[in-house]
Design a protein around this ligand. Structure first.
Ligand SMILES: [Zn+2]
Length: 187
């Protein structure tokens, strides 16, 4: 996810740093692979930790504040998020499940898979989520506002859903043709 508004603070759950990371290519809408439903991760092993580290590096380089494995064509239930200004609070959620959601907030969203497009989406303003951390241990967390929005945006990717699907058909078609035209021009 890309968002120009940064809040002051949010819960920091875990962080992971590795000396050997790689930038991964990000799928661009309307690539049909973005509509793949991601599989549950059975074992949090070194391959998963490596993928999470590479995804974080890719997100920071883009730059973005959230990235789902779906967007790098790895169809596993893994997302990375960092909404801090100084890239110091990496949140990795493995097999995230939404336990509760409440409230409503309307905000402009962008997506690394839909470059240059920002549209208003209405989402829950508070969520409670359960996930596994990079150590494979389950944890629960609450998130509000931008972090809550970002978690919902990234969890949608794992279901094969891109944020433009919340928009009207007409708007979505316009975005699709704009991005297809841009892709042709850069070939
Ligand atoms: Zn996105």
């Amino acid at each position: 996810m890309i968002c120009p508004i940064l809040p002051d603070k949010y819960p920091c759950i875990n962080s992971f740093k590795s000396g050997f990371m790689a930038l991964l290519p990000i799928l661009r809408y309307p690539d049909p692979r973005l509509h793949t439903k991601a599989s549950v991760i059975a074992n949090v092993d070194d391959d998963v930790r490596r993928l999470a580290a590479d995804m974080a590096e890719t997100m920071y380089a883009a730059p973005g504040i959230g990235l789902a494995a779906t967007q790098v064509d790895r169809h596993l239930r893994l997302i990375v998020i960092d909404i801090s200004e100084d890239k110091s609070r990496l949140l990795t959620l493995i097999n995230p499940e939404l336990l509760e959601k409440s409230g409503e907030c309307e905000g402009e969203e962008g997506c690394l898979s839909v470059p240059g497009i920002y549209e208003t989406v209405t989402r829950a303003s508070h969520v409670r989520v359960r996930a596994l951390g990079l150590d494979g241990k389950p944890f629960e967390m609450r998130a509000d506002d931008l972090l809550a929005v970002c978690i919902q945006h990234e969890m949608d990717h794992l279901e094969g859903k891109v944020f433009v699907e919340y928009l009207s058909r007409l708007k979505r078609e316009r975005i699709k043709s704009k991005l297809q035209k841009r892709a042709r021009e850069t070939l």
